[in-house]
Design a binder for this molecule. Structure first.
Ligand code: AMP
Ligand code: MN
Ligand code: MN
Ligand code: MN
Length: 279
């Protein structure tokens, strides 16, 4: 049987993507995606528009979200919630609380960037984000490229915005426990996003996966736009070891800005249980 072209992680203009929810859905459909989840950062505001566009195309659609959490010693980890009920009040309140820290953080980032010679970054990032509660490093990155300080968004992170760089400031997001409580309480499945992107030792990773499982987390992105082949093999092994459901996820943000386009990932290793069997 031909494997399903599922893409269970992407972003619209509601968070830090470049396409409006409806345009994102139409692009996914055009790329051959058969099952799509929109997973904006800490925000559910794009789901209704995305679902309406998906319905018009008879594309199967899953309501999703990507929650920012703080883990251990100032590590940011992302937890995707799939098939959550967007009307769940505790989830909506929790996400609102997570978003409420973004504006002050953006101010602190801009102050640090100013010292490093990049001026006007708060206003610039806000112009890209359109909403103070959604300003993310991606919006800063677009402003910094626009100002000619870097050639593209990826190199902005390397020089200015990654941990340890001038524009990086510490920030306290939700806890792992809260994120999973909100997701599971809203009827969803918790999935560890892009596990290859975290700077964690093997031991720390195992602690994270163990705690995640203990708190009711069930899935892991084995395929992520950001994963190299060896990482796919590594996280397939982790999925088997922990009994996790496997997800397939582009983490698409926009044309020209992402590792991979919607639905263009390879197939999951055949022995893993795809997370969509449970959706
Ligand atoms: P924030 O939630 O404000 O910390 O922003 C994080 C976002 O920045 C992620 O969701 C990605 O979209 C983007 N990002 C993080 N690291 C990189 C990177 N190395 N290259 C490109 N985009 C990145
Ligand atoms: Mn993002
Ligand atoms: Mn992420
Ligand atoms: Mn993402």
């Amino acid at each position: 049987m031909k494997p399903l072209n599922a893409d269970l992680h992407c972003h619209s203009t509601v968070s830090d993507g470049l396409l409006a929810p409806g345009d994102l859905v139409r692009r996914a459909h055009g790329n051959g995606v058969e099952l799509l989840a929109l997973t904006d950062h800490d925000e559910l505001g794009g789901l209704a528009e995305a679902r309406a566009a998906a319905d018009e195309l008879s594309l199967r659609f899953v309501d999703g979200v990507e929650i920012s959490i703080s883990w251990g010693d100032d590590q940011t980890v992302h937890i995707v919630g799939l098939a959550i009920d967007p009307a769940n009040p505790a989830l909506a309140e929790g996400l609102q609380q997570v978003r409420s820290g973004r504006d002050a953080r953006a101010g602190r980032m801009a102050a640090e960037l100013d010292k490093a010679g990049i001026h006007g970054a708060y206003e610039g990032a806000l112009r890209h984000a359109g909403n103070p509660a959604m300003v993310s490093r991606s919006h800063f990155a677009r402003y910094i490229v626009e100002q000619g300080h870097a050639k593209d968004v990826k190199s902005v992170f390397d020089y200015w915005l990654a941990k340890g760089k001038p524009g990086y400031v510490e920030h306290c997001w939700a806890s792992l426990e809260e994120a999973l409580r909100w997701i599971i309480g809203a009827g969803g499945i918790g999935v560890i996003a892009h596990p290859g992107r975290y700077r964690l030792s093997r031991t720390e990773r195992h602690e994270l996966f163990g705690a995640f499982k203990e708190l009711g987390g069930r899935g892991i992105e084995v395929l992520s736009g950001a994963h190299k082949d060896e990482e796919v093999r590594e996280f397939a092994r982790i999925a088997r070891e922990f009994g996790f459901l496997a997800s397939r996820a582009s983490d698409f943000h926009g044309p020209g800005e992402s590792w991979i386009d919607l639905g263009k990932m390879p197939d999951l290793p055949a022995d893993l249980t795809p997370v969509w069997t449970q959706l």
